[in-house]
Design a protein around this ligand. Sequence first.
Ligand code: GTP
Length: 704
Amino acid sequence: MAQDVLTDLSKVRNIGIMAHIDAGKTTTTERILFYTGVNHKLGETHDGGATTDWMEQEKERGITITSAAVTCFWNNNQVNIIDTPGHVDFTVEVERSLRVLDGAVAVFDGKEGVEPQSETVWRQADKYGVPRICFVNKMDKMGADFYFTVDTIVNRLGAKPLVMQLPIGAESEFIGVVDLLSMKAFVWEGDSKGDVTLGANYETQEIPADLVEKAKEYREKLVETVAETDDALLEKFFAGEEISIDEIKAGIRKLVVANEIYPVYCGSAFKNRGIQPMLDAVVDFLPNPLDVGAIEAHDPRDESIVIERLPQADAPFSALAFKVAVHPFFGRLTYIRVYSGRIDSGAQVVNSTKGKKERIGKIFQMHANKENPVDDLMAGNIYAVIGLKDTTTGDTLSDPNNQVVLESMTFPEPVIEVAIEPKTKGDQEKLSTAIQKLAEEDPTFRVSLNAETGQTVIAGMGELHLDILVDRMKREFKVEANVGKPQVAYRETIRKTVPKYDYTHKKQTGGSGQFAKVQISIAPLEVEADKIYVFEDKVTGGRVPREYIPSVDAGIQDAMQYGILAGFPVVGVKAQLLDGQYHDVDSSEMAFKIAGSMAFKEAARQAQPVLLEPMMAVEVRTPEEYMGDVIGDINSRRGQIQSMEDASGVKVIRALVPLSEMFGYIGDLRSKTSGRAVFSMTFDSYAEVPKAVADEIVQKAKGE
Ligand SMILES: Nc1nc2c(ncn2[C@@H]2O[C@H](COP(=O)(O)OP(=O)(O)OP(=O)(O)O)[C@@H](O)[C@H]2O)c(=O)[nH]1
């Protein structure tokens, strides 16, 4: 069934399927792969047979964590599907995918409507300007309500839906849809019971009598919405003239590409209903790489110089790596989106983010059940390549003679950490390998070694994120280890400037001694993104020789790893080396490093050190009757309420709450609200821990 890669970019769609956890993203993707002919046997997601979920954990947990790209073909168009994860802990993966998508299908649960997590993902898609169509899934489910779901698109997302279909029948009687463009009914015969080979195809019929009026009303709305955007169409509309389907489609396409409107489809992925018309809509309305146009890149030598790259074969090559995965047979596989140019396998490129040469090895397009080798990389398309050694997620690959850097991706701060203690020396080695491999795939976790306890500390986005990392270490890399409880990633900072601090490191132990004298100043520094520390050399007259100055810097950074209050990393420091003294024989890099480190430790004690904790932006949606309880609970967790709003019959409460108070929140919220409230949270900022709480944390850290 493999087809050659299309070179006509107007026939390429790079899309994502985005959804709240359990809305049916995996099932929908599976059905798409079935209908597009590459998947002959459907995997039922929770039996572990789904082809996009090839990691063990995904099979067991039934959730899609990694984004794999799968290529399929629909009516002679090539559709590349980039799988986007739906869990809140993996929003970085979602952003990473959104970065390389041209359009998306937002899948909603037809009973729940827009859920908080779909809202988060929706807003992320807004941020990247990704045009979308909506698929209201699970129309066969008890309580499914298409019109309610459409309302939630308005109320909860503030977006403008365009109803393209009406459901025929509801719940177990849901049999098909009215297509408002052709004004026909598409009916899927028979009950598939989740087996796609049963009742997979639809028949075109007349609209059932009881839906004719409603269909007319909705078609009128549809045509009016489209006509309003085009003077010529509007004239026709008011003159009562027929506007052709092609004219309507062209109008919708323009509005979708401009992110002004979101066509809404419905169906039941599980029962194989509604997938084909939704695929037609992907092709009809979502943008192709030409619609998206030029991408903005930067000169690697000077970020302020903007360079545009057009999706053309004869432009200089540029591509973004958005995923590194370890394939069971090929080893390291790098997923890339090519933005411009065309190059063959074997070509030399440059990783312009890291300034390293790379060679493109074999190139594949990943189909659902096999890899399809291709000869070259083409602008506008998505590929998996082997042979790249140093490229990790977020890196740009360029033409060596025309280098650019595509906007790099920002990742939220990892705020939860877990300590891992390998059982044997062998396990320690396995752990290092595991960490290195996992870091290539996922740049969102950080690793540090606690020199005092010998523990390896891994920091990530949330409890589940860490859970999965640890699980993979044990399972894939066979690391035997004791794993601690997840802890909040506290930080320390200083509040006062210490303008001058002298420290002399002197040691005489037989032979040659050690001597270094430094005078430093430290001051609070506003933390911005990765800028958590600044070092300035203010030494004059060679009083500290050039070669020792970096050692002082390194010594201070070493000391900052373990803050003086409770051993948490210190951030937000501007350090200056003001003066010093050396000895011809006894001074060394090591001596200056120790002096720098000790000078910082002692100076920091005078700089009013404080503890910082991660604050989470929490959003709770609750029926009004539980609002008092929810707010009371947030207050008792040291939360600050930011706003309260009404949205489609529920109250939306937004608050800033310390992460340390959010462990186990989901269970408490469920029991307080009889399971009727939902919440989402994302990292917001670091804030100073109130004195009383800080004292407790310090006590505990010292006790341990
Ligand atoms: N009744 C009904 N159930 C569905 C439908 N689509 C999916 N499901 C079920 O809903 C559950 C979740 O479906 P998935 O496809 O795994 O959902 P997902 O959004 O990929 O979930 P994650 O991978 O966990 O994010 C499974 O038990 C599916 O069988 C549908 O159209 N109707």
